[in-house]
Design a protein around this ligand. Structure first.
Ligand code: F7E
Length: 349
C-alpha cells in the first residue's frame, strides 16, 4: 500500500525511512562522563529527547547532570543489572542507544578486573538483551563504544599504516579484553538478529571535560596550577608511550554519524598522528612559557602499568570517506584548548 492510499493516515516509519533530522528518543549510558557530556549537548541542540542512565543510590554526578542539562530525563539503572536496563528501555522507548558506560580507566582495570569485565564487557550483552527482550530489535539503533585499546599496540599489527577496521586485536589490559568482548557481542547481535548495531573504534579523545585521572587532563591541569604557583610538581608514569590523540567533541559527532548512516558498520575514529606523552607534556609547559619542564616532572611508580600499550596510531579513512567525518581540532589546538581552560578554572578559584 502506498502512502498516497493512506489519505489522512500517518504511516508508522519503518527502519528504512530513518530521518536523521527528526527528533528522536535517545538513551545514553555513561552520560555523566566526558563523551556523554558532549553527546548530551549535541542531542539537546538538535531537539532530541535525551534519557540518561545513571547508576548508584546517591550519585553526586546525577545532580551535576541535571544542573548542566535541565531537559534530560535521568533513569536510575546499572549496566550490571539486566532488569534495570529493561526498565530503562521501556521508559525511554529509544530510537537510538549510545552505550558509553564503562570502567574506562586502563590502570584501574588492572586493580579491579572483575568489575571491569562485568561493566565494560557483560554490560554490553545486558543492554543488547534489554533491546531484544523488549521487542525493539527493528526499531532501536545501538552504538557500542569500542576502543583502540583492543589493538594493543604490538609491532606485528601494521602500526606503520595505522590500525584500521581490519587490523588484528591483541588487548593488553583487563579493560581492553572486556571491551573486545563488548565489541564482538555487539557484532554478534547485528549478525544474529539483524539489529542496527554500530561499533566506533575510537582512539584517545580528550578535552576540557576529561577526568583528572587521564594523562592529558592531569598534565594540562598540573601545568596550569604550576604556572599559577599553586603546585610544585607533576607526578607521572612512563613518558614514552605514544597515543593518537584527538578532540572528544569531534569524535562524538562521529558516533552520531554512525547511527545516521544507512547501514550498521564498524568505524575507526582517529587523528592519524601519534605523539608521546613526553611530547604532550613539553607542549603544554611551552604554552605557559616554561621550557625547563623536566624540573617540574617526577616519576610516580604507582602510575606504571603491569602491561603497557607502546604505540597507537589509527587510520580514519573509512569514516572520512563513508561518513564524511572530519576533525576540527588538531593536536596543538587540543593542548591549547585544555591548558586555556585549566588556567581559567584555576585562576577563578
Ligand atoms: O593513558 C601513560 C599511560 O590513562 C595514556 C581511555 O579513555 O584511551 C584511554 O586510555 C598513556 C598511557 O589513557 C600517566 O601509561 C603516564 O600509556 O590517559 P590514559 P589510555 O590508557 O590510553 C583509550 C582509547 C580508552 O578507551 C580508555 O578508556 O599515558 N601515563 N603517566 C599516564 N596515564 C595516566 N592515566 N596517568 C599518569 O600519570
Amino acid at each position: 500500500m502506498s502512502a498516497g492510499m493512506l489519505a489522512g493516515i500517518e504511516a508508522a516509519p519503518t527502519p528504512n525511512e530513518w530521518n536523521p533530522v527528526a527528533p528522536k528518543n535517545v538513551l545514553v549510558s555513561g552520560i555523566t562522563g566526558q563523551d556523554g557530556g558532549h553527546l548530551a549537548e549535541q542531542l539537546i541542540a538538535q531537539g532530541d529527547r535525551v534519557f540518561g542512565l545513571v547508576r548508584g543510590q546517591h550519585n553526586p554526578r546525577k545532580q551535576l547532570l541535571e544542573l548542566e542539562f535541565p531537559g534530560i530525563t535521568v533513569i536510575e539503572g546499572d549496566l550490571t543489572d539486566p532488569s534495570s536496563l529493561i526498565r530503562a528501555v521501556e521508559i525511554a522507548d529509544p530510537d537510538e542507544i549510545y552505550n558509553l558506560g564503562a570502567v574506562s580507566h586502563v590502570g584501574y582495570s588492572f586493580k579491579n578486573p572483575t568489575l571491569t569485565e562485568e561493566v565494560s564487557g557483560k554490560g554490553v550483552l545486558n543492554f543488547l538483551e534489554a533491546v531484544r527482550l523488549t521487542g525493539r530489535t527493528d526499531k532501536t539503533r545501538f552504538y557500542q563504544a569500542s576502543t583502540s585499546e583492543m589493538f594493543g599496540g604490538l609491532d606485528y599489527n601494521r602500526p606503520g599504516a595505522g590500525y584500521d577496521e581490519e587490523s588484528l586485536f591483541h588487548p593488553r589490559s583487563p579493560y581492553g579484553v572486556a571491551k573486545l568482548y563488548g565489541h564482538w557481542i555487539a557484532r554478534n547481535y547485528r549478525e544474529s538478529y539483524g539489529m542496527f548495531v554500530s561499533c566506533g573504534i575510537l582512539f584517545n579523545h580528550e578535552g576540557e571535560r576529561r577526568g583528572l585521572e587521564f594523562v592529558t587532563r592531569k598534565i594540562t591541569h598540573g601545568v596550569a596550577r604550576i604556572s599559577l604557583g599553586l603546585q610544585d610538581k607533576l607526578l607521572l608514569g612512563d613518558l614514552w608511550p605514544k597515543r593518537d590523540w584527538g578532540y572528544a567533541g569531534d569524535y562524538v559527532d562521529g558516533m552520531w554519524k554512525m547511527l545516521q548512516h544507512h547501514e550498521p558498520d564498524d568505524f575507526v575514529l582517529a587523528s592519524g598522528q601519534t605523539h608521546s606523552v613526553e611530547d604532550f607534556v613539553r607542549q603544554a609547559f611551552a604554552l605557559v612559557g616554561i621550557e625547563n619542564w623536566r624540573d617540574f616532572v617526577e616519576q610516580d611508580p604507582a602510575m606504571i602499568r603491569p602491561a603497557e600499550v607502546d604505540i597507537l596510531l589509527g587510520n580514519p579513512s573509512k569514516a572520512e570517506s563513508t561518513l564524511q567525518w572530519e576533525r576540527k581540532v588538531n593536536f596543538e589546538g587540543l593542548i591549547k584548548r585544555m591548558v586555556d581552560h585549566d588556567l581559567a578554572l584555576e585562576s577563578s578559584k
